[in-house]
Design a protein around this ligand. Sequence first.
Ligand code: HEC
Length: 258
Amino acid sequence: MQDPNKPDLDETLNVTESHDRMLREAAAVSREKHVDEGGREPVSLWIFASCGLILIFAGLALGNIGSLGSLFDYDQTVKPGYVRLDLSEDGAKGPPPAEALAVYMKKGQKMYSSKCQGCHGGDGKGGAAAPSLVGSEWALGDTQRFAMIILNGLAGPTSTGQTFAGGMPTQKVGMAPVDLAGVMTYVRNSFGNETGDVITEEMAEHAFKLAEERSDPNAQSTKEELESKYLAPLEGEPMDPSTKIDPVTLEPVEDAAG
Ligand code: HEC
């Protein structure tokens, strides 16, 4: 026997051997199935994968086969008595078409009450602050002249020769052509005025162009300027006041039924 007090000369040999044994054991352990503390085995990924496949095939089958296919048939999921909202282009209709005069009048009324009423009054008769628009030659006559008064304002004598201190300031701020068209149509067909015509958006666009082309676009118009340059109708296709138009796009609608 070896003396325990002396170094073991075989030590290196033993180390190699025990190392080998350790590796063999570790390999064996890792080959064993892992069992967690509750005694349940972890579920194999293969089980998840096959469940997924089954769901996919079942879904395909339900969606396609026979009467079960109706489970996914969009048209059969509406309750009886209900109508599915038609979102096709045909069904995406806005407000119903209306007569051009009525559409422009409605827009014009809003404009008038926010832009003009404060000075010219709800009845258009004016007062101490502004002249009457009822029967006003400059409102009912040439549309270029009327448009220039709204877009540029007015200084000096009015159609009746009256003069108001400071005159009328420009009203074009925040005004789009459709607003101008509406308010002109409204004034010409309200308060007892009745020209019966529609000033279209296209005509109003012409008015904005004319206003931009003035030598001083910021100056108020005067009687002299109006009468030397704007005694003419605004350019644009005249529109029959009873034409049915789309209240949003203002385009004529081919609509025999309405
Ligand atoms: C701040 C007050 C004020 C506002 C707002 C105003 N006006 Fe005037 N308007 C006047 C005054 C004042 C005159 C006369 C100017 C003058 O003496 O040169 C006038 C003149 C006119 C005339 C000329 C009438 C004529 O027969 O000579 C028309 C048309 C007119 N306004 C239309 C409108 C319209 C349409 C609006 C709204 C878009 C409007 N006005 C907004 C004060 C106003």
